[in-house]
Write a protein that binds this ligand. Structure first.
Ligand code: G3H
Ligand code: ZN
Length: 289
């Protein structure tokens, strides 16, 4: 169907699941991700980040998402990931994106508020929701690199003020996740997340989804996490599929690519399953995990 307009995260927030936000870097990745989300019957955001934009793919990926989504029934959105400048927000609106992240988290609080407000004003004029970010999430993603000693967890008070002043539609929080693969297993600060959840009224976003254990993701769903970003593990799955596929099908580009797409789809199935609270039985009584 046509792209889903409006804020896909609201239903997730109210019903304690998360919309998977999956980074795409090639046309084949777009098709594989939408196919897998459709098989899982999950809404999905395909995110286009700074690496893909630097590679000159903003419009071509967006166009391909529109074309591919038209063949499926699940809600699909195009999300701008980690945008740092106002002109890029405008460019994304022209390119047909359905939601934008304004990541001004590296700026001082007042500057973050001002730039995010500006993005919100423009995006809301055309019905596009905006994600803001507060705090400093560790790790490396594209052109953003935050060393361990530079990580700043989101403060509850600042989050309340930020949401109120910027009118963002969702908020990315720094609670112990990191971009890229983890050196050691992360430990999300769920207590901090719970406080932010109780004192704000917008869907919360978890970045650095690759490598976070399932139990921690499931626990975060109880406290307002309604969008989870995954990039690194998807890229690695696809690239390892390409390399193994090229060994198995050295003279057959189609089969090689199919092999890589299946590898990526397996990873997408797993991550989508993390985004839904599981029903578990305990002593015969059905309860939420
Ligand atoms: O914005 C994108 C992400 O936060 C992805 O993080 O590469 O650790 O999965 P990841
Ligand atoms: Zn991120």
């Amino acid at each position: 169907m046509p792209l889903a307009a409006g804020n896909l995260l609201l239903d997730a927030y109210q019903n304690h699941y998360a919309v998977p936000a999956l980074s795409v870097h090639s046309l084949d990745m777009v098709e594989a991700v939408i196919e897998a989300a459709d098989t899982s019957n999950s809404p999905v955001l395909l995110q286009i980040g700074q690496r893909a934009i630097r590679n000159g793919q903003m419009q071509s990926l967006a166009d391909h998402i529109v074309k591919t989504a038209a063949n499926y029934k699940i809600p699909v959105g195009i999300h701008l990931d980690h945008c740092r400048t106002y002109p890029q927000v405008v460019e994304a609106l022209y390119a047909g994106f359905t939601s934008c992240m304004m990541d001004a988290s590296a700026l001082p609080f007042e500057d973050n508020v001002a730039l995010t407000q500006k993005a919100v004003e423009t995006c809301h004029a055309v019905g596009v929701p905006v994600e803001g970010e507060l705090g400093a999430i560790g790790g490396v993603e594209d052109d953003i690199s935050v060393a361990d000693e530079e990580v700043v967890y989101t403060s509850v008070e600042a989050a309340v003020a930020f949401v109120e002043r910027t009118q963002v539609d969702s908020l990315a929080v720094a609670i112990g996740s990191a971009h890229g693969m983890y050196k050691r297993a992360p430990k999300l600060d769920l207590q901090r997340l719970q406080h932010i959840y109780e004192q704000t009224d917008v869907p919360l976003v978890l970045h650095g989804g690759s490598g976070i254990p399932k139990e921690q993701i499931q626990a975060s769903l109880k406290y307002g996490i309604a969008k989870i970003n995954f990039d690194t593990e998807l890229r690695l799955a696809f690239v390892s599929g390409l390399s193994e596929g090229s060994r198995q099908f050295p003279d057959d580009p189609f089969s090689m690519m199919q092999f890589a797409r299946e590898r990526l789809k397996e990873m997408v199935y797993e991550k989508i399953s993390y985004c839904r609270l599981e029903e578990v039985t305990n002593g015969g009584a059905l309860q939420r995990s």
